[in-house]
Design a protein around this ligand. Structure first.
Ligand SMILES: Nc1ncnc2c1ncn2[C@@H]1O[C@H](COP(=O)(O)OP(=O)(O)OP(=O)(O)O)[C@@H](O)[C@H]1O
Length: 842
């Protein structure tokens, strides 16, 4: 019966001039917006693919072009399922069973859409182009035959009440449909533009599942008809039984039930990428003109086809959602070891509704397995069937069913293999985290960079040249080659101890050191390659580059960098003081995440003890903490000062020192303006100010505090991070600014694994400012650190802060405090004219 309806749709679709509706009703959900383990977003701002991670954590990962979605992805919220619309993605939060949306939409509020009925909990959500709807969990008692659906967004914001139990809903582009569980009939609703869909509802037809797609309006209809005349195709719907069907704007794709193969029909663009040949998928999701699916393979990687699909490094995604309740009828439970983290949860696969032609059903669907099919030798006509039936003994009949299961089994095998793969990969990753940087032979790095040729150079620093290279295994790396002075003799032991520290620091927003080479006079460091260069290149590049960094991107980068520095200060033991925070040391990776680079890299400068640099503070003019360069006190607050300068740079688009302005020092220029409340005056003129300046005002204020003269008056890095996170939440329109769950989580790949220690560090900073500063008096430029494992570092950091280091810190503060007092008047900002022996690259 469902097939009949597909044909009705198909006939309509075949005659585009008359038909203004594209809707399809089929066996299983997952479409333009239906909830699934994967979701796609589309629209003017670019397409995005999001999927629940394949590690069973239910957290989400996204890739694609729309920066508001990419930067807004809440990486630490576990979701029950995902759905995508035009420019946004929503997930159903596992914790509250409420929708949570990210990206941007002029119609749906991001975060938890508002207004939200207090305590409302949802079974399923589904997004259309500009709206999202949620089916509330079933009511009980005398209202049990009533269902509630809440929608938010364009022309849809309302609480809908339906008589009867609704099993599931699916949002089309501008309409919605629901499926009643008792009589399995379909109903649809929407504004006046949905009337064609509503008129076409096949009354009396019963469905297993529903999926809604696009809606053609007249304008699109005409252009489609024209393009069709230029050689594009409208394909017919297949007759194969389907496990799942999804609808895009003008096309549909389905997963064939007996072999998980993909078949698409409807309108296909000639220039579009066809469905990859022979692929088998677990699940599909359609954007407007494209479709993505998760391959039935151990890798679980997504693959997309069509027009304008998100292209990037595909990340594995979960084929199904983990459910806390047992599998419902007509589903079987897969071996789930490793797929679901929480005990008692289930991964359910839909049973095939029937056997393929020429086969009969030997056993039915049960909780443990799909239906079992065997060839029916009495009706054989296909070569496959005939060859299977040519032998009639029992053994052969066993083989026959094996043949069929050779089609079905990849699914099951992939799940088992996946579980095994997960078990084996976990220790590997752990090991990776604490692995020392690898030693590379000089020849290998020379080969990787084509002989350190000029064209491979991606950047230059004061003491180094950075080359792009490709290692033997294909890894793209950045090789930093120190420009060594002939009389520099580096103590090899120190070099290794340092490398040990650097290779053990591990945070999503720190640039990873992969290896090194120390041969003859050569000192080379091998890093992950950052495809988008440095923040400096973007902020001070051409207008297009500057504009690419809109406010959300800028603030996200600030939050991510802050978190990297917070990790150095709060989690490394002893705390690592970067000493050279600046925009050229904030690198941007392929997914536009910020990474703090160059920690410890002043080490590559002239470290000869006879060199004045060894005794003088290192850093970059304009970013350098006045307390540090005047008094030679190096504390974590020195990094806070530099970070404050960086924030001013991000807000204003001005360089830290820029002599083309009357007031060349950014601090001296910006701070008085911010203090006078004239925030507008400092904002980068290249960008349109956001409608509400409050978020940027918060950032400007914390920047002012960060560049205060005395370190102890500056906030600690964790406080700065919190302010930035709140500002980002505000900028992105989140309703919960004071409880910045959103911004803490929006940071892609962020790694605040140890909340408790983070809280320890904030409590510490509240208890006493003195304790918050960890002083190192006249730190040499080559600091050695004990070799510790990450867990030792974490447990050690508490002891260090409260024990020895604090004592030393107090001592130093006591000693240094007097000096501070006496020199109070003397301390001033770094003047651009001062000739310090400092590294600088302006
Ligand atoms: N891992 C990397 N991937 C891509 N580009 C990089 C990478 N590391 C550095 N670069 C580029 O090379 C430039 C120079 O980097 P480097 O760390 O040598 O110097 P710097 O920090 O800019 O200056 P200085 O050494 O004077 O502090 C960076 O600004 C950046 O543009």
């Amino acid at each position: 019966m469902a097939m009949l309806n597909m044909k009705q749709w198909l006939v309509g679709f075949g005659s585009l001039v008359k038909v203004v509706v594209f809707s399809c009703l089929w066996l299983q959900v997952s479409s333009l917006g239906s909830m699934s383990s994967i979701a796609t977003s589309y629209g003017d701002k670019g397409s995005v693919f999001c999927g629940l991670k394949s590690d069973g954590s239910h957290t989400v990962t996204c890739y694609g072009m729309n920066s508001a979605i990419i930067y807004g992805t809440p990486t630490h919220f576990p979701f029950l399922g995902l759905t995508g619309g035009d420019g946004f993605v929503c997930g159903l939060l596992m914790s509250s069973s409420q929708p949570y949306c990210w990206g941007s939409s002029g119609h749906v509020e991001m975060g938890v859409p508002q207004p939200m009925v207090k305590g409302a909990q949802y079974l399923e959500i589904s997004a259309g182009d500009y709206h999202v709807c949620g089916l509330r969990k079933p009511l009980t008692g005398r209202h049990r035959n009533t269902s509630l659906v809440d929608c938010w967004g364009y022309n849809m914001t309302n609480n809908y009440v339906f008589d009867g139990q609704v099993q599931s809903i699916s949002a089309g582009s501008q309409f919605n449909c629901g499926l009643f569980s008792q009589n399995r009939t379909v109903f649809c609703w929407g504004d006046e533009s949905s009337s064609p869909v509503i008129d076409m509802i096949p009354h009396g037809t019963r469905f297993q599942k529903i999926s809604a797609g696009g809606l053609l309006d007249m304008g699109e209809e005409v252009s489609i008809s024209l393009r069709q005349g230029q050689g594009n195709n409208v394909d017919m719907a297949p007759t194969d039984p389907m496990l799942s069907v999804v609808g895009g704007k003008f096309h549909a794709c389905g997963i064939k039930s007996y072999d998980h193969g993909v078949v698409c029909w409807g309108y296909s663009f000639k220039a579009g990428t066809p469905v990859p040949r022979g692929i088998k998928v677990f699940v599909v999701s359609a954007g407007n003109y494209f479709t993505c699916g998760i391959l039935v393979e151990k890798s679980l990687v997504p693959v997309c086809w069509g027009v304008g699909f998100p292209s990037s490094l595909p990340l594995p995604a979960s084929p199904r959602m983990c459910r806390s309740t047992p599998c419902p009828p007509s589903y079987y439970e897969t071996p789930q070891n490793g797929l679901c983290k929480s005990p008692g949860s289930h991964v359910c696969m839909p049973c095939s509704p029937s056997c393929p032609p020429e086969m009969y059903q030997r056993s039915g669907c049960n909780l443990k397995s799909d239906i079992l099919c065997e060839y029916n030798c009495s009706i054989c006509s296909s070569p496959e069937c005939l060859s299977n039936c040519s032998s009639s003994n029992d053994a052969a009949s066993g083989k026959k069913s094996e043949r069929f299961w050779s089609m079905q089994l990849p699914v099951v095998i992939a799940e088992i293999a996946f579980a095994v793969f997960l078990v084996s990969i976990v220790p590997d990753l752990e090991e990776f985290k604490i692995r020392r940087a690898q030693m590379f032979p000089y020849e290998e790095l020379e080969r990787a960079t084509s002989g350190f040729k000029e064209e491979s150079i991606v950047g230059k620093g004061s003491f180094s040249c950075v080359f792009k290279g490709v290692l033997k295994d294909g890894t793209v790396v950045a090789v930093k080659r120190a420009i060594m002075s002939p009389n520099v003799q580096k103590n090899s032991k120190e070099f290794h101890t340092e490398l040990d520290l650097l290779s053990r620091l591990n945070h999503a927003h720190l640039l990873n050191l992969l290896g090194y080479c120390e041969e003859g006079g050569e000192r080379l460091l091998v890093y992950e390659y950052m495809a988008h260069g440095s923040l400096h290149q973007h902020l001070h590049g051409n207008k297009v580059m500057k504009e690419q960094l809109d406010w959300v991107r800028r603030v996200t980068i600030a939050v991510q960098a802050a978190r990297g520095i917070e990790y150095l200060h709060g989690y490394a033991c002893p705390p690592v003081i970067h000493r050279d925070i600046k925009s050229s040391n904030i690198l941007i990776d392929e997914e536009h995440n910020a990474r703090v680079a160059d920690f410890g890299l002043s080490l590559l400068g002239p470290a000869d003890s006879s060199s004045p640099l060894a005794e003088l503070p290192a850093g970059t003019l304009g970013y350098l903490d006045p307390e540090y360069y005047r008094l030679h006190y190096l504390t974590t607050k020195s990094d806070v000062y530099s970070f404050g300068v960086l924030l001013l740079e991000i807000l204003s688009g001005r360089k830290a020192i820029d002599m083309q302005y009357e007031e060349g020092n950014i601090v001296q220029w910006a701070v008085p303006l911010i203090k006078s409340g004239d925030i507008d005056a400092i904002l980068d003129p290249v960008l349109k100010p956001p409608p509400d300046l409050d978020a940027l005002r918060r950032i400007a204020n914390v920047a002012c505090k960060s560049v205060r003269m005395r370190g102890k008056d500056r906030p600690s890095m964790d406080k700065v991070t919190t302010v930035l996170e709140r500002a980002l939440a505000q900028l992105m329109g989140s309703p919960c600014i004071e409880q910045p769950i959103l911004p803490t989580e929006v940071v892609l790949g962020s790694n605040r694994l140890h909340k408790k220690s983070s809280q320890r560090s904030s409590n510490r900073s509240e208890s006493t400012d003195v304790e918050d500063q960890r002083f190192e008096f006249r730190a040499p430029s080559w600091i050695t650190f004990p070799s510790v494992t990450s867990s030792q570092r974490r447990s050690g950091s508490e002891a260090d802060v409260e024990g020895k280091n604090i004592a030393e810190g107090r001592h130093n503060v006591g000693g240094g405090g007097d000096v501070l007092r006496s020199l109070e008047e003397e301390i001033g900002l770094a003047s651009p004219q001062e000739r310090l022996f400092l590294q600088h690259n302006f």
